[in-house]
Design a protein around this ligand. Structure first.
Ligand code: ATP
Ligand code: MG
Ligand code: MG
Length: 366
């Protein structure tokens, strides 16, 4: 099998590694942390910073195919090794998805709907643009944010006093807040032969802007599910996608689909696919970047996935020993911190509502 080099060794790298090894591929991880999640299960780890030019050259020399598990990869470092190793995802996908303004501009040009937005570089831009966008709005840094970090919700003029804290972090985007009936996501995979495979729609429930639960299939009409999947295919084609892409969407009160953001990699809301589908999002990513043919995805059973953050670890470990059908994934992260994603639980079920009630009754996620 091929040797896959992955920049980044977090849980996504770990689950990519498990999947790759199952398919007979070898994996080399680049991560500065010698005890990172993925390093523990890979064939080899290069311990160095993500943007270390020499380390990326070493990874390129040793691997047949280069990929990444997060979008803030150094583009120059990748371009520097593009003659040494296959980078089937290219660098354009990263260039677009690492910057919120570039991403939304691209989506709009592709004929897709996004929240109204404006570029903010200084406080006076915000004073001007907030009148166009209106309240409530959200101010976000263009690059590097996750789990709602680097964001400020603006409900009224008095919230503007906190805006400088965000603006000083770098270029920002001001987004109108979408009135949504549901947040959902779709994982889509594509290889360079142009074969596309789409996963079922996941309904996503966030707490404090961090994904809490994913429910699949999403509890919306089949028409809306089809519309969400068609949107995902359109995005994949517009991007000339290779690999897996996570598409976060809002289903508006108006039944229109607005794209929130793109993740050019496996996505937390797609973890359910490990147990609930014939192939997981990680399997599809690895197959796609190796240019293997892609299977049609089937949902084998409805499923709920719950995230286990630092504050849930102790109670979860106690709980799963009592739940015969709950599957716990421990990412093997050393340091337990509040709100840090430490693992997740997957529950296959014939009765979603009953399972959701059961999750509540454990009091683990209170
Ligand atoms: P992630 O961890 O998914 O990468 P992030 O830090 O990039 O998160 P976003 O996905 O942009 O953050 O926003 C986090 C959450 O805030 C969204 O899932 C959604 O609940 C809410 N949100 C963000 N932007 C909007 C918007 N324009 N309208 C309504 N809700 C929004
Ligand atoms: Mg994000
Ligand atoms: Mg998000």
């Amino acid at each position: 099998g091929k040797t896959i080099g992955i920049i980044g060794g977090g849980q996504l790298g770990q689950m990519l590694s498990f999947s790759a090894k199952k398919a007979g591929m070898r994996v080399i991880i680049l991560d500065p942390n010698p005890t990172c999640s993925a390093g523990q299960v890979s064939d080899e780890q290069i311990v160095a910073p993500y943007d270390d030019i020499e380390a990326i050259e070493e990874l390129a020399d040793k691997a047949d195919v280069l990929t990444y598990e997060f979008e803030n990869v150094d583009l120059n470092a990748l371009e520097n090794v593009s003659s040494k190793v296959e980078i089937p995802q290219g660098t354009e996908l990263l260039r677009i998805t690492k910057d919120r303004i570039r991403e939304k501009t691209f989506l709009q040009k592709s004929g897709l709907k996004v929240a109204p937005f404006a570029e903010i570089n200084k406080f006076s831009d915000l004073e001007k643009k907030i009148n166009e966008i209106g309240y409530p709005a959200i101010l976000k840094t263009c690059e590097g944010g996750y789990d709602g970090k680097g964001q400020l919700v603006l409900n009224s003029e008095k919230d503007l006093v906190e805006a400088d804290e965000i603006i000083k972090l770098g270029q920002c985007i001001l987004e109108g807040k979408i009135n949504f009936q549901m947040e959902c996501s779709v994982m889509v995979g594509r290889n360079l032969r142009g074969e596309i495979t789409v996963f079922p729609v996941s309904e996503n429930i966030h707490r404090n802007q961090i994904l809490h639960e994913s429910i699949v299939p999403a509890r919306i009409s089949s028409e809306l599910q089809e519309k969400a999947k068609e949107t995902a295919v359109k995005v994949a084609e517009s991007l000339n996608l290779c690999g897996i892409l996570g598409i976060e969407m809002f289903i508006g009160e108006d039944n229109e689909i607005y794209i929130n953001e793109l993740a050019p990699r496996p996505h937390n809301s797609g973890h359910y696919s490990i147990e609930a589908c014939n192939f997981s999002q990680f399997d599809i990513h690895n197959r796609a970047i190796c240019n293997w043919p892609l299977p049609k995805i089937e949902l084998l059973k409805p499923v709920v996935m719950v995230n286990v953050l630092g504050q849930h670890v102790e109670k979860t470990q106690e709980l799963i020993s009592k739940k015969p059908t709950w599957q716990f994934h421990d990412y093997g992260k050393g340091e337990i911190r509040v709100d840090r994603k430490m693992g997740h639980v997957t529950i296959l079920t014939d009765d979603i509502n009953k399972t959701l009630d059961e999750i509540v009754s454990t009091h683990v996620w209170d």
